[in-house]
Design a protein around this ligand. Structure first.
Ligand SMILES: [Zn+2]
Length: 299
């Protein structure tokens, strides 16, 4: 797995050479194709791999140089996790991170009852406990098989039928409450994993944006977590196909656990043409209805 960092900022065209020189000085080669000219401004969009040579500390120092030497203050940052083919082929489990490169994979909560408690007093992240079935407008699902609602996955009747037929195990179903127009409503079910992965946090990649303030001491807010990792000996003991992650994730307001699925489940989704096979966010197969499964790394 490679960690890639993308930068985005614009400078006066006359400063272009100097920007390239600063990157080169830190051992990062900036390709001419990463520069797009717009009038007198040149837009830089380099993507480079963080590794033993290009460390996060080095990048932080690079930003300081861009800032002090060239007055570039606003640097956009985005991380990508780039997995090798063998990581896709060997992973027994996959974290489901998206069911479409589209805002339509998210559905609005229409009044589910939750109790809310603080998770971290410092940054204000909160923890919820679900007290009622999810309430959503199921007409919004249209022909989607799986949508995301407040940290949970909601499946269509067709997907549930397929999971039952193929004997996918490790979850319970809770029918959602429809709130919206009568016409076009569907039956839909929250997938509730019944198993949680054993904790194995050491060795997990944790990053933060150098351009933002330092992460919170809770280790969640301001931290970009790398892929889930699992011990090989733990994996061999696991039964079933659906799991909750060992560690919390968050959406900026609430903490939640991501859902992981077995290799068999992922293969089923691809074999039944529910999604094309997607390998990473930058894969051209990642369309509005394609599912992004990231492999779990074995340690
Ligand atoms: Zn916190």
């Amino acid at each position: 797995m490679k960690v890639e960092l993308e930068n985005l900022f614009s400078v006066d065209e006359s400063n272009q050479e100097e920007v390239i020189n600063v990157y080169n000085r830190y051992g990062i080669f900036v390709n001419a194709s990463e520069i797009k000219r717009r009038n007198v401004k040149a837009s830089f969009n380099p993507v480079f791999t963080l590794d033993g040579d290009v460390t996060y500390e080095k990048v932080t120092a690079l930003y300081k140089s861009l800032q002090y030497e060239l007055g570039i203050h606003s640097i956009g940052e985005r991380f990508y996790f780039d997995f090798s083919d063998s990581e896709y082929e060997q992973a027994p489990l996959f974290t489901l991170n998206s069911t479409g490169n589209s805002p339509h994979m998210f559905l609005e909560d229409k009044g589910t009852m939750f109790s809310v408690n603080p998770y971290c007093e410092c940054c204000g992240l909160m923890k919820t406990k679900q007290l009622s079935p999810l309430v959503i407008d199921t007409t919004q699902m249209k022909d989607r098989h799986l949508v995301h609602v407040s940290g949970f996955w909601v499946a269509s009747q067709e997907l549930v039928n397929l999971m039952k037929k193929e004997k996918i195990k490790g979850y319970q179903l809770l029918e959602v409450i429809h709130c919206g127009p009568k016409q076009g409503q569907h039956k839909a079910y929250q997938i509730i994993p019944t198993q949680r992965l054993p904790k194995r946090s050491s060795g997990r990649v944790r990053l933060h944006f150098a351009t933002e303030q330092a992460p919170c001491s809770c280790g969640l807010n301001g931290v970009i977590q790398g892929p889930d990792i699992c011990k090989l000996s733990d994996v061999s003991r696991l039964k079933g196909d659906v799991f909750l992650a060992a560690e919390w994730s968050h959406d900026g307001q609430y903490v939640y656990r991501k859902t992981l699925f077995s290799k068999r489940f992922r293969e089923l989704i691809i074999a039944n043409n529910i999604s094309r096979e997607v390998r990473g966010e930058k894969d051209c197969n990642f369309g509005p209805k394609d599912w992004l499964f990231d492999p779990v790394l074995l340690k």
